[in-house]
Design a protein around this ligand. Structure first.
Ligand SMILES: O=c1[nH]cnc2c1ncn2[C@@H]1O[C@H](CO)[C@@H](O)[C@H]1O
Length: 286
């Protein structure tokens, strides 16, 4: 008997590694992508929505709805830190892709998340690849969301290692630390993939050469957009390869047995020079 596919909603700020992650999800028989919701981070939210629609058109999956998310942080902050220096001004490696034909649905990301969680209680996994504003908004709008959502698998945090924005903070948590703390303290089932994990998952120059030679479904498209991401990593990290942050997070949602996890309580520092710091208490001390 075929087992039911896991339903996932990807909350995303595409983003080169987001594009890779979305394609992985669309190619994975274990899951059904029931929607994309968008957020600022690698790009502003308006561009994230445009890129999400574009990626679904590239994949031939315009049946999947896109719900636009928040343009500001949970505290209505508008001074956003956008990582265009990582992904290019267009978020997809400066490739001048034509604008998408499709449009986002009328519902906001938070409303869509709540609706889907109500429709399939306990069955929907949210994979959050950007700052956590939309998820926190859903938790604020519907206090039962934490119990109705199946699992929240998120890319965020730097657990016992330095951040990538500054020594304290990882980019997604830094993007909206208040939202992140709401999510971590909500009581929902949260699986956090920090950069202490994703910095171990590298696509090397040699891997990229294989991609360039490949006739695989998304190989040529990804080879093109990856150029800018490789250039950034060479410059910033002196590596001949790129970190697969978002793809690793999708993999964790698809098949958590490929990773090892520590269970504990997480809080997020929301003020001061360590704003965005994630602290994990692993319960070792009684
Ligand atoms: O140095 C950086 N600054 C800001 N964002 C970054 C940097 N490196 C990677 N990312 C982006 O932030 C998420 C992981 O923290 C990923 O989406 C990655 O593409």
């Amino acid at each position: 008997m075929a087992t039911a596919k896991k339903k996932i909603i990807i909350d995303t700020d595409p983003g080169i590694d987001d594009a890779m992650a979305i394609f992985v999800a669309l190619q994975s028989p274990e899951v059904e992508v029931i929607g994309l919701t968008t957020i600022y981070g690698n790009v502003y939210t308006t561009l994230a929505t445009r890129n999400a629609l574009h990626l679904l058109e590239v994949a031939g999956r315009t049946d999947i709805p896109v719900a636009e998310g928040s343009h500001v942080t949970i505290t209505k902050g508008t001074k956003l830190r956008i990582a265009d220096f990582v992904h290019g001004a267009d978020g997809l490696g400066n490739q001048n892709f034509p604008p998408p034909k499709g449009k986002p649905i009328e519902q906001s990301a938070a409303t869509f998340l709540i609706e889907q969680a109500n429709l399939y209680p306990g069955e929907v996994t949210v994979v959050a690849l950007g700052p956590l504003t939309n998820i926190a908004l859903a938790l604020e709008q519907d206090p039962t969301f934490s119990k109705k959502i199946g699992q929240i698998v998120l890319l965020g945090g730097a657990f016992s290692v330095n951040g990538n924005v500054n020594p304290a903070a990882e980019a997604n948590i830094f993007g909206d630390p208040d939202a992140a703390d709401i999510v971590f303290t909500s009581g929902a089932d949260v699986l956090a993939i920090g950069i202490n994990v994703t910095h171990q998952v590298v696509l090397t120059d040699a891997d990229r050469d294989k991609l360039v030679q490949s006739n695989g479904r998304f190989a040529q498209y990804l080879s093109r957009i990856l150029e800018v991401y490789f250039a950034y990593h060479r410059e910033a990290y002196f590596t001949r390869g790129v970190y697969l942050h978002d793809p690793t997070t999708i993999i964790a949602a698809l098949n958590p047995s490929l990773l090892t996890f520590t269970e504990g309580v997480v809080r997020v520092q929301t003020t001061g020079i360590t704003r965005g710091l994630t602290i994990l208490y692993n319960g070792q001390k009684r």
